[in-house]
Design a protein around this ligand. Structure first.
Ligand code: 0RA
Length: 634
């Protein structure tokens, strides 16, 4: 069925020991927070994906266990077990104990492992309290146990098997990671993405903690991915455009479909790594898209002779696209190493996608008109937004005040130390003003509900008072004018009541930032304040509780004999300025959550469903995600 294994133990190079990894884990996995933790799972999965891309693996099972461990099992070739010539140790043991001993330095193959994560399974081993490796290969099953990267048994023959593959179970070391709970949401986001990018591969995610199970398997590949992204949206043509090809050893797949929203979503991958910062594959795609649409629109006489061409920006609105390239030696650049740098890829994607898109439109000429009409409207709206922005600017110039009247500004002019609380309602705004440290804390009370911008273009968003006020207060502009350097506060803190209304306002604000100032979130400037839920008083002793769990703990600690009173806070307005300062605003005591853009696909899905205009998917979502909706922690 599969090609015979052509691997021998001598291919594995021994480079370094694992003590360094335990000493400085962040050097290898980025950080020791949730990101680094999930990285461990990706590292093992990536190796299995490599087996799948090489044609040897059809499924990957991932199981989250109740004891915090996780098992990743595949039906690939299995890590080789024959003795390594230099050490006499089994190759699998070398792979698990020596840094960079992946043994797969075949540059012709496309690999995920060795790409962005690229640290090798030995790093996972080093950072695990224990790890059990099971290899099924050549009719035998072998197993070995490690603790903190060190073998505690030999690789032992367990018996015969007619199966093949690798199984790795490990428990992340709680002395290394700040948090060892693996997240279903984070893992399922990445597994879904991997399944779309590897058509036919089945990835099964099981969670024994919650009895959840989900299989990700899409025979439609990138086309299914585009359809998934456009789920719940009205599309401008029914079936996504798919262009696939291979040239000079590079495999290219592009999927594209327009919808009637105003956002652009381009998801680009290089060797299955999400290239958030774009790169040469994205540049090639954009050039080809603009060229092909203009070319075809002129051929079909959709423009007048003297009309200008559509620009790349005109064609962004409503665009959903997925670009996947697989290449032998990817170069990753940029701040977060998620920008593809290989120069040759731009021209390859450009020519391949240009040809493919023209062919597609020749067969389905009906898709062109709605796309062109949409782009012309986008151009007009952009011009209108420009005028609206200028108006906002001119108005503030005329009054001589660049800042909105409602803003109680701080006295410091150093953005790094300044923060602004965006507060719901005047009464909470009043308490916040009195309670704050006016040196570095500004207060911006919002009166009306802010516009739901999920279905609004920038020009319409700018007609909303509350939104204009926020933009003016932040000082960094918006849209084409956005300039991070001008941001007046490095911490923007959303402070709303802990009730349904507060949650709604928070979601509206998050939607605004996510859609129109994503940089603010990406750069880590946006926070949600966490006001306490309860005030517990026993005698003179006052304790604030920020969760139900804390309340249970403290009342349990008091025992039955101690008398105490519980006050439940329904809104910020119930706290006096002093209390608001102590519990929610004092940097030394407050709890804040930084808003992070988790995995782009699910965040987008979240906003589309929660804030979009189709009712049915929203109902479904709220029913299945009742908890998340209540907490609204993204
Ligand atoms: C080294 C060499 C080969 C495969 C692997 C490692 C491998 C590692 C992992 C980790 C999880 N699943 C895995 N599957 C395979 C090549 C094997 C050969 O040529 O036979």
């Amino acid at each position: 069925m599969n090609a015979p294994a052509q691997y021998s133990a001598s291919d594995i190079q021994i480079l370094e020991g694992l003590e360094a990894v335990r000493r400085r884990p962040s050097m290898y996995i980025g950080d020791t927070g949730p990101r680094g933790l999930h990285h461990l799972v990706y590292e093992v999965v990536d190796n299995a994906i490599d087996e799948a891309m090489a044609g040897f693996c059809s499924y990957i099972n991932i199981t989250l266990h109740g004891d915090g461990s996780v098992t990743i099992e595949d039906d690939g070739r299995g890590i080789p077990v024959d003795p390594h010539p230099a050490t006499g140790r089994p190759a699998a043991e070398v792979v698990l104990t020596k840094l960079h001993a992946g043994g797969k330095f075949d540059k012709k193959a496309y690999q995920v492992s060795g790409g962005l994560h690229g640290v090798g399974v030995s790093v996972v081993n080093a950072l695990s309290r224990w790890l059990i490796l099971t290899v099924s290969r050549n009719g035998n099953r072998w197993s070995q146990r490690y603790e903190k990267g060190t073998p505690v048994t030999d690789l032992t023959l367990e018996g015969a098997t007619d199966q093949r593959g690798t199984k790795v179970q490990f428990q992340p070391d709680e002395t290394i990671f700040s948090e060892t709970t693996l997240s279903w949401e984070i893992l399922s986001g990445r597994m879904r993405e991997l399944a779309f990018l590897n058509p036919g591969l089945a990835i099964v995610l099981r969670d024994e903690r919650t009895e959840k199970e989900k299989t990700f398997c899409y025979s439609g590949g990138i086309g299914s991915f585009v359809e998934y992204l456009n789920k719940g949206k009205t599309t401008l043509f029914p079936v996504p455009v798919i262009v696939e090809g291979e040239k000079d050893g590079v495999v290219i797949a592009v999927g594209l479909q327009y919808n009637d929203t105003y956002q652009e979503r381009v998801f680009a991958y290089a060797n299955l790594i999400h290239t958030i910062e774009g790169g040469t594959h994205v540049s090639g795609f954009r050039t080809a898209l603009t060229r092909a649409i203009n070319e075809m629109a002129r051929r079909q006489k959709l423009f007048k002779e003297k009309d200008p061409n559509l620009s790349g920006d005109d064609l962004k609105e409503g665009l959903t696209a997925v670009i996947s390239v697989k290449l032998p030696e990817p170069q990753f650049e940029g701040q977060t190493k998620t920008k593809l740098g290989n120069g040759e890829i731009k021209g390859l994607v450009d020519s391949l996608f240009y040809e493919g898109l023209l062919n597609f439109m020749e067969e389905k000429p009906e898709i062109l008109r709605p796309v062109v009409d949409n782009a012309i409207k986008a151009r007009q709206a952009r011009e209108a937004a420009k005028k609206a922005r200028e108006l906002v600017r001119r108005k503030s110039a005329m009054t001589g005040l660049d800042l909105p009247g409602k803003l109680a500004d701080c006295s410091s002019r150093k953005p790094e130390e300044c923060e602004v609380y965006i507060v719901e309602g005047d009464s909470a705004g009043g308490s916040a003003k009195q309670g704050r440290d006016r040196h570095f804390q500004a207060i911006l009370p919002l009166r009306g509900k802010i516009l739901n911008v999920e279905k609004a273009r920038l020009d319409k968003a700018l007609s909303n008072n509350e939104i204009r006020t926020i933009i003016q207060a932040l000082g960094c502009g918006i849209g084409d004018d956005f300039d991070r350097e001008k941001l007046r506060y490095h911490r923007i803190i959303i402070m709303t009541d802990a009730d349904v209304d507060g949650a709604h306002i928070r979601t509206l604000l998050l939607t605004f930032f996510y859609r129109f100032m994503p940089e603010i979130i990406e750069q880590g400037h946006l926070y949600a304040a966490q006001p306490p839920l309860y005030r517990v008083q026993a005698g003179k002793e006052v304790t604030y509780c920020y969760s139900e769990k804390e309340l249970r703990e403290i009342t349990a600690a008091f025992g039955p004999n101690r008398k105490y009173g519980i006050q439940r806070y329904k809104g910020l307005g119930e706290m006096n300025p002093q209390q608001l300062w102590e519990t929610t605003m004092d940097p030394a005591r407050r709890i804040m959550k930084r808003v992070e853009i988790g995995d782009a696909v699910s965040v987008d899905e979240y906003f589309t469903i929660l804030m979009g205009d189709k009712v049915e998917p929203r109902r479904e979502f709220i029913e299945t995600h009742a908890m998340e909706v209540r907490n609204l922690d993204i």
